[in-house]
Design a protein around this ligand. Structure first.
Ligand code: SF4
Ligand code: SF4
Length: 468
């Protein structure tokens, strides 16, 4: 039966960590973590942030590093342009990515969330440090939040939220640059904003949403909104490697004589730094984003009390319960091999994609024709997509069998990003047409260099007719 005394035992985890008993939001004031893992995370986060803000402005082969033009369905990734014709690549990559994420989570838990997810990177390495700079440490932040408005509080709020709004505004402009390109963004920004009222409203709405998420909503994105976070329950098991507390070593917690107490001195340093407000000593919880802040905090404490580090560490539930170090068992190795294979497949798919994609099909409903006294001809439709960033001069040659390609119209100049269409005749000597359906190989040449080979068929009279 539930009593006030056993409330914690009987009701534990009947609500997310940021909900109070009355169902209202519990605002968190986490400490900024310090330690080896935090330093590595900071380097990764700042690399990602700098890349995010610069990618649309940096050029490679005359194109932005990343350009996602959904309206014209043109996408540029690291100098490679993708068009609707590459849709299959996108579908395969998305499928591979989903399998990758599931397998990765099964083995390594939610480490993506704490280390590279934009929500964590923006919040923990941009917005939160600004808050600490202006509002002070967590105790000072809490005091400021609870006190009545005075001149200092107003000033601090204006400064902090002003900076948040400026960052949100430039972040949204960067997003727009990803979609429109920087040149178009420059055009949009030129002139009086009210002249483009619709666009202005879009920028205001997205800036507002971004500001709302990072100034107020914060960790609730991870704990109650993110679908990936919600899926953790079905992806993790006792072998998953995640941030875990070694309860065998740590319990019973508290200060006391060696042998009487475990290594956990119950200092709450791990709870103080947790950005989702949980106590990892209660076991794996849905709010844990595997940010490793508690590992750094606890390691600092362990150093201070002269005990080995790793009371909180990357470990599986099984390894902790068995008191063993985490092992890369057959399952982990097999899943990792699948992950590596998927990565190789994705990279391969993108690298084998030709710069000029050509399709040549026989014109529908046509048969062979006599072409002079000693040759047959077939009519073909050619379609060519130039995925490079410049115009390409193309030449076609029949590789097998011996014959001639007669192009209708001007020589082919495939415009950058355009689809070029031509009709053409392929003419072959009668003596070389042995079958009613012969195999043809056509070479696609750019500046004399063979860049692709196309296989198709040539229709002739049936073999009986040929003999006659
Ligand atoms: S429990 Fe530790 S790893 Fe999990 S979110 Fe909190 S600080 Fe990060
Ligand atoms: S930081 Fe370490 S010692 Fe302190 S409460 Fe957490 S687990 Fe225990």
């Amino acid at each position: 039966m539930q009593t006030p005394e056993n409330y914690q035992e009987t009701t534990f985890r009947d609500r997310p960590s940021t909900f109070g008993k009355d169902g209202k939001r519990v605002v968190l004031f986490p400490k900024l973590p310090k330690g080896k893992l935090t330093n590595i995370r900071r380097i990764i986060a700042w690399t990602l942030l700098i890349f995010f803000y610069l990618a649309p402005f940096l050029k490679l082969r005359g194109e932005p590093l990343i350009f996602l033009n959904f309206l014209e369905r043109k996408f540029v990734l690291f100098g490679n342009t993708f068009y609707p014709q590459d849709f299959h690549l996108l579908v395969l990559s998305v499928i591979a990515l989903i399998v990758f994420i599931v397998l990765f989570t099964v083995i390594y838990g939610r480490i993506f969330c704490g280390w590279v997810c934009p929500q964590t990177v923006f919040l923990e390495f941009l917005y939160r440090p600004i808050e600490h700079l202006i509002d002070g440490n967590p105790e000072q932040q809490r005091k400021l939040a609870e006190q009545d408005l005075d001149a200092i509080k107003v000033l601090k709020r204006i400064l902090k939220h002003g900076i948040y709004l400026i960052i949100s505004f430039f972040t949204i402009l960067t997003f727009i640059a990803y979609v429109t390109g920087t040149a178009k963004l420059g055009e949009i920004m030129d002139g009086w904003p009210m002249e483009r009222f619709g666009l202005l409203m879009v920028v205001v709405a997205f800036t507002g949403a971004h500001y709302f998420v990072f100034s107020w909503f914060r960790e609730q994105v991870c704990t109650i909104v993110c679908p990936y976070g919600r899926l953790q329950g079905v992806m993790l098991d006792v072998n998953t490697i995640l941030v875990g507390y070694d309860y065998k070593r740590g319990e019973p917690r508290g200060k006391g004589e060696r042998g009487e107490k475990g290594d956990c001195i119950n200092c709450y340093s791990c709870v103080d730094v947790c950005p989702t407000g949980i106590d990892i000593r209660n076991g794996t919880q849905l709010e844990c984003i595997n940010c490793t802040a508690c590992i750094d905090a606890c390691n600092t404490v362990m150093k201070r009390v002269r005990k080995p580090s790793g009371l909180i560490r990357f470990a599986s539930e099984k390894s902790i319960s068995e008191g063993k170090s985490v092992k890369f068992n057959a399952r982990v190795i097999a899943y990792s091999a699948v992950l590596l294979t998927l990565l190789i497949v994705i990279v391969y798919l993108f690298t084998v994609r030709g710069d000029v994609e050509t399709t040549i099909n026989r014109s529908p409903g046509t048969m062979f024709q006599e072409y002079g006294a000693d040759r047959y001809s077939n009519l073909y439709n050619l379609q060519m997509v130039n995925k490079t960033n410049s115009e390409v001069d193309i030449e076609l040659k029949l590789l097998t069998p011996e014959g001639e390609i007669i192009l209708m119209g001007d020589p082919i100049k495939a415009e950058k990003g355009e689809v070029t269409k031509r009709d053409m005749l392929i003419v072959i000597k009668k003596e070389n047409v042995k079958l009613s359906n012969s195999h043809l190989e056509i070479g696609i040449f750019e500046k004399g260099e063979l860049i692709d080979k196309i296989n198709t068929t040539f229709v002739g009279p049936n073999s009986l007719d040929v003999k006659q």
